[in-house]
Design a protein around this ligand. Structure first.
Ligand code: PLP
Length: 395
């Protein structure tokens, strides 16, 4: 039997998706899926129209860093935050996921480390494993609204292998939003240590009170790398189209080479991106209102449950909750395989997978406000009943 790589053996199973397989074994149960960031919001009509209109005689490869028209559209769109952006500052990728993988690959050697405020988007672990890079967590807590600790604490985490600090803003899974003063501080800190700043801004358009500051707004052209995506902003997760942006010319040249190794991002998706990036400003107001109402409904319902602690998200559409259970992983399995309320149950993402050391998230879950308001309220009701039943069972 030929052997697989050590890397393959340590690849994590996505904690967000793993309960889905169990749920599929119960086709008779109505599951409210709050585990995956897959919104049920309709993809805007101009994107669907772009799909229908795409009728090339040959579906050909395109350029490695994307079609010029798509790169130009992205440079113009991001020009809202940074006035001197041009085509060469944009690489089109297969989702924000590939942009992250490219950023990790171009910035780090095997054995290097990236600092990430924890809890963090669990797939950062997967990209780290693929390129041999360690994710070093920066501990944050629910009690402090997941605030990033002061510079002197960050200083203690830097080693000679540290290459970058990575964060999502707004945050998945925390819903934390970093504003201007926080961004200025983080970028000044990173520059002092000569680290890259990888700002994962795939939720940038989804905020409730005050907008996040894009790292593009600050004057650190050599240090800042931005990740963006069509997935959440345009409810187009399946189109698999993202962007990596940076004004660091050397980095962008290497990103172009990484792009050449997989040829090009798909042309259909890029035509959809051009349509998306041209939507009027009112579209973004609408989606913000949609998610604001959903998140408020979910949080009102869930925080009234005895023993549940949560930070109110300021952006994105997730919340990390601390539950009055001993083991959120076992509880999440119990919900999917055993607990039913009138034939319904909920699928949640256990918190452990969002931490480098899963024990830190042992009593936590992440919820995604990706369903209509009434469904979210019903899901919260089922969750509350599930907590009572689970505690009664193990007591
Ligand atoms: C923080 C964050 N970054 C990146 C991604 C990847 O997005 P994409 O669908 O564009 O690959 C996600 C997806 O959920 C995410 O939550």
């Amino acid at each position: 039997m030929p052997t697989l790589s050590k890397r393959a053996h340590v690849l994590q199973e996505s904690p967000i998706r793993k309960l889905d397989l169990t749920a599929m074994k119960h086709p008779d149960v109505v599951f409210h899926r709050l585990n995956i960031g897959q919104p049920d919001v309709a993809t805007p009509a101009p994107l669907l129209e772009a799909i229908r209109a795409f009728q090339p005689p040959v579906v050909a490869y395109g350029p490695a860093s994307g079609l010029p028209a798509c790169r130009d559209a992205a440079a113009e769109y991001h020009g809202r935050w940074c006035s001197d952006l041009r085509r060469e500052h944009v690489a089109v990728t297969t989702g924000g996921s590939e942009a992250l993988l490219f950023a990790f690959s171009a910035i780090c050697d095997p054995g290097d480390e990236i600092l990430v405020p924890e809890p963090y988007y669990t797939n950062y672990n997967g990209f780290g494993t693929v390129v041999g890079v360690g994710i070093r967590p920066i501990a944050t807590t629910l009690e402090t609204g997941f605030a990033i600790p002061p510079d002197d604490v960050l200083d203690t985490l830097v080693t000679e292998r540290t290459r970058a600090i990575l964060f999502s803003n707004p945050g998945n899974p925390t819903g934390a939003v970093y504003g201007r003063s926080e961004l200025e501080r983080l970028i000044a800190w990173a520059r002092r240590h000569d680290l890259f700043v990888i700002a994962d801004e795939v939720y940038r358009r989804i905020w409730f009170e005050a907008p996040p500051t894009s790292a593009l707004e600050l004057d650190a052209p050599d240090h800042v790398v931005i990740i963006d995506s069509l997935s959440k902003t345009y409810s187009a997760c399946g189109i698999r189209l993202g962007f990596l942006l940076s004004r660091n010319a050397e980095l962008m040249e290497k990103i172009e080479r990484l792009g050449q190794s997989r040829l090009g991002p798909q042309p259909l998706a890029q035509h959809v991106a051009i349509a998306a990036l041209g939507l009027p400003g009112s579209y973004y107001d609408e989606i913000r209102e949609t998610y604001k109402a959903r998140v408020a409904a979910m949080m009102d319902a869930i925080t009234s449950v005895e023993g549940v602690r949560a930070n109110r998200p300021a952006g994105a559409f997730y919340s990390m909750l601390d539950l009055p259970v001993d083991d959120a992983d076992a509880f999440a399995k119990y919900l999917v395989s055993t607990f039913r309320l009138d034939g319904e149950s909920v699928v949640v993402a256990p918190g452990g997978g969002f931490y480098a050391n899963p024990a830190r998230g042992r009593t936590q879950i992440r919820l995604a406000a990706v369903l209509e308001k009434q469904k979210l309220e019903r899901a919260a009701e089922i969750l509350a009943a599930g907590i009572r039943s689970y505690k009664g069972r193990v007591a």
